[in-house]
Design a protein. Structure first.
Length: 380
């Protein structure tokens, strides 16, 4: 401020270096803004729909909820905190409502692309939290939306992706296309890389014929994979049970602990073939040891075919009644004599353990004979 002399004349104060410095400091606090620029600011207000950020401009910047995070419908309070310094990208200097619009999501996106490109070039890995399960895979928050196909989550394809939600995972970058905003990840590639050495050691210590305990890791149409503690082996559907199996899930489920016998080891292809039924009692062997030709057994008709009918006479044991053995008179079709589900007595007329075949007769059972041992206490 200037001064007045005794006669009332005013003399303005000279501008000093201190005045210039003060003016400059004021100007420096007013940031130069343009759309697309990254700016850092402090969160001063959080509501359900928007977040206000002080960035040193004449007005506060507004981040709409959809511009906060790549996570859909995220609660703003879980993304930012009052007083927190965050980096944002300027979307619009002034929208129709006069607001300065910012985006935290896009600022994060810009930073992430640079980091991810470096990781891809160095064949490194990225970490992120699984935020969505979508058709065909998972969405992982790695600063932007990374897609992890279901076939690349584990060493074997995963059918139920829900348990991975919220988990932090590490993966390799398989594909990167900035123009299409496309990032494809692979966790399987990382698992294969880490297991390559241990698998060789595991196979060297595995012997054909030995019985191992493992846990079912996945169930597929053609069988089930079992984690043996170092590698997965396959139980083919034909090796799951002595009975006929239509669906492997009828026999085992993921997480089941099972004892399996090692059938084959393919060290060149890193494959192990296992058998579940080989660790169980063979029902045919058991039946043959306690039954003989000429005995009567009680059974249930399971299926009719043009040349006869099949009768279940034990757990997993079926024998054939040929059409010629159905009645003493001529039979045109099996349906004339029996129906599926019908229970009746039959006589064992042939027992071939090697071929796993039993021939039965209804007409000879009518003539009587010796009861099989399991029925003697009931009818004698």
């Amino acid at each position: 401020m200037g001064t007045f002399d005794s006669e009332g004349n005013y003399t303005p104060r000279k501008v000093t270096e201190r005045d210039v410095s003060f003016a400059d400091s004021i100007n420096e606090t007013m940031v130069e803004l343009k759309e697309g620029k990254l700016v850092t600011g402090t969160v001063v207000r959080i509501t359900r729909d928007e977040v206000l950020v002080e960035i040193g401009y004449k007005t506060e910047g507004v981040i709409l909820n959809r511009e906060l995070s790549i996570r859909q419908d995220a609660d703003p309070n879980t993304i930012v905190k009052l007083g927190e310094k965050i980096e944002t990208l300027i979307l619009t200097l002034e929208d129709k409502e006069g607001r300065l619009l910012l985006s935290k999501k896009r600022a994060q996106y810009e930073r992430a692309w640079g980091d991810i490109e470096k990781v891809k070039n160095s064949d490194g890995t990225v970490e992120g939290v699984v935020i969505e399960a979508v058709k065909g895979g998972l969405i992982v928050d790695i600063g932007l939306r990374g897609f992890l196909p279901a076939s690349l989550v584990e060493l074997r394809r995963v059918r139920d992706l829900a348990p991975y939600l919220g988990q932090r995972i590490t993966a390799k970058i398989l594909e990167l296309d900035r123009q299409r905003n496309n990032v494809v990840l692979s966790r399987r590639a990382l698992l294969e890389q880490s297991q390559k050495g241990t698998q060789s050691d595991f196979l060297e210590n595995l012997t054909i014929g030995e019985v191992r305990t493992g846990r079912v890791s996945s169930v597929v149409a053609f069988g089930a994979f079992v984690d043996l503690g170092g590698m997965d082996g396959l139980i083919h559907v034909s090796e799951m049970s002595w009975k006929h199996v239509d669906n492997p899930s009828e026999v085992v489920k993921i997480g089941d602990e099972v004892s399996v016998k090692v059938l084959e080891i393919d060290r060149e292809r890193d494959r192990i073939s296992l058998s579940l039924k080989a660790t169980q009692q063979d029902p045919w062997q058991e039946f043959a040891s306690s039954h003989q030709v000429g005995q009567l057994v009680y059974g249930r008709v399971t299926k009719l075919v043009p040349f006869g009918g099949f009768v279940q006479v034990g757990d997993g044991i079926e024998g054939l009644v040929h059409i010629s053995e159905m009645s003493t008179h001529h039979v045109e079709a099996p349906e004339q004599v029996v129906t599926p589900g019908e229970e009746l007595w039959v006589k064992i007329i042939d027992l071939d353990l090697a071929r796993r075949r039993i021939s039965l007769s209804i007409k000879q059972a009518a003539e009587g004979g010796e009861l099989a041992e399991e029925y003697r206490g009931q009818f004698q």
